[in-house]
Design a protein around this ligand. Structure first.
Ligand code: GAR
Length: 321
């Protein structure tokens, strides 16, 4: 069973979306919990609510600090809180590229428009001025460009005759509160979905030179070399080979390295029952906080173990540039 995802919520004001996340997290089977509410404004009303609900809070004004300095302070607090995800909820600060990079694919935002329409501010008035039939809200992944990342979900909100920006904002807010938690829940749960995990491994394995996929004992495996003489460098295991959970098997340099890894991180590595004696190691992929770069590095290392010399030489030369 994967752990519950830990979420830090960043706010700048009222914090009603934060509250919606907080209360959604109390429902049975919600796959996330809120471990921190942080703000760039110590006066943000949402902080008081979070505190009253027993959530750790943190505030640090951005005045007098560079964007990078302030973001770094927030980053450290979020990491210390043990958060795997950041949910922006009315956090009215443009984030530094560094911060966005640090939380890439793990930071979501809610925005009061049907993106890609009306990025930035005044979204309601702009929808009214344009004569749109609908306004709405979007939850998206955060990328360096403002309000630009991949949209995960949207809700349309009808515009009524006589709507003002304020009236419309109130109605869009109701939709926001309904949209954010389920979207976040679905997003964090994908890291426990074996199909999604397989796709992550597959993409990285097939990105290596001269590789192909071939099932082995009914589970996907990846080989380097020709269809005829290729050698396996990774196997995917979804409760295969008598294992539980989802993992990938890669080749170590031998039993010494295998046991060093087991000592160093027994939560991440285990000995695959079927292949263990030949120095393969299993890496758990369903912990909910897989470091995919690390998995990518392992696949390459394993690929190198069995790839023909001409290919590894090619890689070494390429790496020099
Ligand atoms: C929400 O409407 C949110 O969509 C918006 O600020 C409000 C915050 O309210 N966010 C943005 O405009 C971000 N570009 P809240 O503090 O009550 O959640």
């Amino acid at each position: 069973m994967p752990e519950i995802a830990k979420v830090a919520v960043l706010i700048s004001g009222r914090g009603s979306n934060m509250a919606a996340l907080l209360y959604a997290a109390k429902a049975e089977n919600c796959p996330f919990e809120v471990v921190l509410v942080a703000s760039n404004d110590p006066q943000a009303p949402g902080l008081k609510l979070a505190e009253a609900e027993g959530i750790d809070t943190f505030a640090h004004p951005h005045k007098g600090l560079s964007r990078n300095e302030h973001d770094q302070i927030m980053h450290e607090v979020i990491v210390t809180a043990g958060a795997d995800y950041v949910a922006l909820a009315g956090y009215m600060r443009i984030l530094s590229n560094e911060f966005v990079r640090q939380w890439q694919d793990h930071m979501l935002n809610i925005h009061p428009s049907l993106l890609p329409k009306y990025k930035g501010l005044d979204t309601y008035q702009r929808a009214l001025d344009a004569g749109d039939s609908h306004a709405g809200c979007s939850v998206h992944l955060v990328t360096p460009e403002l309000d630009d990342g991949p949209v995960l979900a949207q809700t349309e909100v009808a515009i009524l005759p006589g709507d003002t920006a304020d009236i419309l904002a109130d109605r869009v807010l109701i939709a926001e509160h309904q949209l954010y938690a389920p979207t976040l829940a679905k997003y964090v749960a994908r890291e426990a979905d074996p199909d999604w995990i397989l796709e992550q491994v597959r993409t990285r394995a097939l990105a290596l030179a001269e590789t192909h996929e071939r099932p082995s004992f009914g589970t996907p495996g990846w080989r380097v070399g020709s269809e005829k003489t290729g050698k396996y460098f990774a196997y995917f295991s979804r409760r295969h080979f008598g294992e539980t959970g989802t993992s990938v098997f890669v080749k170590t340099s031998g039993l010494d390295e295998q046991s060093a890894l087991l000592d160093a991180d027994p939560d991440l590595y285990f000995t695959p029952k079927f292949y263990g004696k030949s120095g393969w190691i299993a890496i758990r992929l369903d912990t909910g906080h897989t470091d995919w770069d690390h998995v990518g590095d392992w696949l390459e290392k394993s690929w190198r173990m069995v790839a023909p010399k001409r290919l590894t030489k090619m890689m070494d030369i390429a790496a020099e540039f």
